[in-house]
Design a protein around this ligand. Structure first.
Ligand code: KIV
Length: 273
């Protein structure tokens, strides 16, 4: 990474400073061409471990590895120059101890050149977040619905629907905020709770299925681009309909190949006379 590139990019501190100024814009990216298209429009790109489900067809994010995150992180860094790039720490790469978390996060920063990591967890991860931040690794927190915990929580249900859940998510968000996260993703959380947490915290909240009350918003790009015909949760808006456009293009290509109308003369190399 050149010094010039590092200077142009938004930093985690720049993102943190946007609280109270204007809404923070973020999308996921996993590849160079998509990062290139999104980069001018977002404050930060998240290389989310959702790539396990979106790109690799896994049922959950639990099977995603550190090597997968680093390979896709490098691709997104190559495709972007302005946005802050944050890379998810995958399941099993940080929960064992704060030392394990530091080793994994340091690998991510050294091998990709990105500026920050994201990890899921509330009060139980606060000590780890403080350990990373105090040793030069900016951390984006992630509370509320935590997809890596699917095997213990039992699913992808929104949270904050009873007093016990409300108390837990408020405690979690405060602990990660106090630990020094530069921003905190709040996923799948009912609006009044997301609103209260946003008002309480020093750091900006980034909502996904957590209402407009958050300081910023993030969506999985493939969701908002309409790449899935069969999956549209309530919190997703399709800003494009790419699935039918891709199907139609493939259908037309197949028909033209079968009819021998593609490739045409304009797509064909001729020998020089
Ligand atoms: O993995 C991911 O893409 C995420 C976002 C949905 C916040 O964690």
């Amino acid at each position: 990474m050149s010094v010039q590139t590092a200077k142009r990019r938004l930093s985690p501190a720049n993102i943190e400073a946007l609280k109270g100024d204007r809404p923070i814009v973020s999308l996921t990216a996993y590849t160079t061409p998509i990062a290139r298209l999104l980069d001018p429009h977002v404050d930060f790109l998240l290389v989310g471990d959702s790539l396990g489900m979106v790109l690799y067809g896994l049922d959950t994010t639990v099977g995603v590895t550190l090597d997968m995150m680093i390979a896709h992180g490098q691709a997104v860094m190559r495709g972007s120059e302005r946005a802050c790039v944050v890379i998810d720490m995958p399941f099993g790469s940080y929960q064992e101890s704060k030392e394990q978390a530091f080793r994994s996060a340091a690998r991510i920063l050294k091998e990709t050149g990105c500026s920050a990591v994201k990890l899921e967890g509330g009060a139980e991860m606060a000590e780890t977040v403080a350990f990373l931040v105090s040793r030069g690794i900016p951390v984006l927190g992630h509370v509320g619905l935590m997809p890596q915990l699917v095997n213990t929580t039992g699913g992808y249900r929104s949270v904050g629907r009873n007093d016990k859940e409300v108390a837990k998510i408020r405690r979690d968000a405060k602990a990660i905020d106090d630990a020094g996260a530069f921003a905190i993703v709040i996923e799948g959380t009912v609006e009044p709770v997301a609103r209260d947490i946003t008002a309480e915290l020093r750091s900006p909240t980034i909502g996904i299925g957590a209402s407009p009350a958050c300081d910023g918003q993030i969506l999985v790009s493939d969701d908002m681009l309409g790449l899935f015909n069969d999956f549209k949760p309530r919190f997703v808006k399709h800003f494009a309909e790419l699935a039918p456009a891709i199907s139609k293009a493939a259908e037309e290509y197949a028909a033209e190949v079968k009819a021998r109308t593609f490739p045409g003369i304009e797509h064909t190399f001729q020998a020089k006379k």
